[in-house]
Write a protein that binds this ligand. Sequence first.
Ligand code: NAG
Ligand code: NAG
Ligand code: NAG
Ligand code: NAG
Ligand code: NAG
Ligand code: NAG
Length: 526
Amino acid sequence: MAVLMLTLFLCLMTGSVFVVEGGDPTIFFTWNVTYDTISPLGVPQQGILINGEFSGPNINSTTNSNVVVNVFNNLDEPFLITWNGIQQRKNPWQDGTAGTNCPILPGKNYTYHIQVKDQIGSYILRVNSRLLIPVPYPDPADDYTLLVGDFFNKGHKSLKKILDSGRNLGRCDGVHLNGKVAKGDGKDEPLFTMEAGKTYKYRICNVGLKTAINVRFQNHQMKLVEMEGSHTMQNEYKSLDVHVGQCFAVLVKADQDPEDYYVVASTRFTRRQVTATGIIRYKTGKGPASSELPPPPVGWACAARPNPQGSYKYGAINITRTIKLANTAGEVDGKLRYALHGVSHDNEFKTPLKLAEYFNVAKKEFEYDTIPDNPPEKTETIQVKPIVLNITHRHFVEIIFENHKTAIQSYHLSGYSFFAVACFSASAIETGTWSPEKRKNYNLLDAVSRHTIQMFPKSWAAILLTFDNCGMWNIRSEVWDRFYLGQQLYVSVLSPNLSTKDEYNIPEDAQLCGDVIGLPKPKPYT
Ligand SMILES: *[C@@H]1O[C@H](CO)[C@@H](O)[C@H](O)[C@H]1NC(C)=O
Ligand SMILES: *[C@@H]1O[C@H](CO)[C@@H](O)[C@H](O)[C@H]1NC(C)=O
Ligand SMILES: *[C@@H]1O[C@H](CO)[C@@H](O)[C@H](O)[C@H]1NC(C)=O
Ligand SMILES: *[C@@H]1O[C@H](CO)[C@@H](O)[C@H](O)[C@H]1NC(C)=O
Ligand SMILES: *[C@@H]1O[C@H](CO)[C@@H](O)[C@H](O)[C@H]1NC(C)=O
Ligand SMILES: *[C@@H]1O[C@H](CO)[C@@H](O)[C@H](O)[C@H]1NC(C)=O
């Protein structure tokens, strides 16, 4: 079944907080998902809205909140919501990927139960630090969310049709900031307002389909304080790249003459640079923003900046398995498919992989270890089938992402955060492909823990993590056309002694579909 997967965008704050005595607060939401006409770049097209908002609602939650979201599907296609970067511990049942959940059918509703556990930061959902957890910077005067992304003047159905017919998406039609583009005619409403002398926190996320974006503030520096839930070294930057699916938080001090300034977002690693701006206004400001925009950066930079705490001694753990995932692309029946080692993930299965595994009918849907860990260099033909890797619970695994193409890539792992120990660009000393001796250059002390990592053209990246969260988790290219055409896979991590200490049982109200309808429930974990 073709499932539309929505990754969360945000904007508005709703919901009421219900505090359980002695427990973690539970926040309830009702989301109504509909189509409507949107025109961020002035061209009307079909967009998907949550409660009438194009950029989606904001969950204003604190860490350890339980979040209950009743989602009504008023679209004409099955769909799921996935929670980018919110780690569901022991709970693959709510992850909202096609491999873990049956989709919400048109006209139906489903209630997600998620917990935002021990996570501080800038996810696509906004998570405020619980007051008890100190943050390594003074309270900002306000906390703003800036969503940037590329934009195509076609709805998702038209974009899918283009890919289904074997063509590629081409370049984006524009870039937006919070769904808007300043016209620069002096009549633009500001995106944000600052008071002179105060410091503001901006959480910046790339919610686009495929293009890396550089963000910079006219005349202002950004102090990077947080990246995907990790505190970072607090360095100052004139500009920062945000790759698709990534988020970070910066502090910006309103230390300039009180007038308007532009915040600039421009595409990176594209043949033609597309730029858009938004207005930042000083409260007592007089005068428009100068038309002289800060220039884009020159060269490439790896954004994985060390965490000063270096809190976890991951460098001392022995690697038990190395998995190399290399991009390949080719044609199947005359149409473009993207693949990993010659296998393009087939996402059109009848039964979500996790459910098939849980109900013991996995053999009908997929085979484990579909691709080898370290395959030969050349793969000629491309097969289309679900890719599932069987990973042993608590193994410490090294994953190498090799990008043999000239386009930039980023990969996201659901259910986990990982240590990005290396991420080299072809222009740096480390060129070409990975080999075991590259390990001596890994950052084994203080790498940032995160959930999305980019690969520069013709380069590779390495991550380390312990697979201690049971479930069936998606590793996917965040570049949407690559994801849609097969550059994704699942890892299955099973509880060795079927314990609820490791994995929750399937919820009573879980939706069932495909081959598992009517099957007896397996013996629950205890
Ligand atoms: C959702 O929106 C649709 C279209 O506006 C409306 O008909 C429907 O009543 C709404 N449903 C809920 C549960 O709010
Ligand atoms: C968001 O939540 C925090 C912490 O609960 C609260 O202090 C703040 O006022 C909330 N903001 C909005 C706009 O609801
Ligand atoms: C659907 O919404 C109704 C009304 O809010 C609610 O009672 C019911 O539990 C929801 N169903 C599911 C499966 O979430
Ligand atoms: C890692 O492997 C080395 C060599 O096999 C061994 O000596 C060492 O004890 C191992 N360390 C841990 C923490 O298991
Ligand atoms: C997965 O790996 C574990 C541990 O290596 C092994 O015991 C199990 O049989 C494997 N399962 C499958 C289905 O390959
Ligand atoms: C199985 O569960 C028990 C009790 O929680 C735990 O002590 C043991 O380590 C687990 N076994 C494995 C192989 O993880």
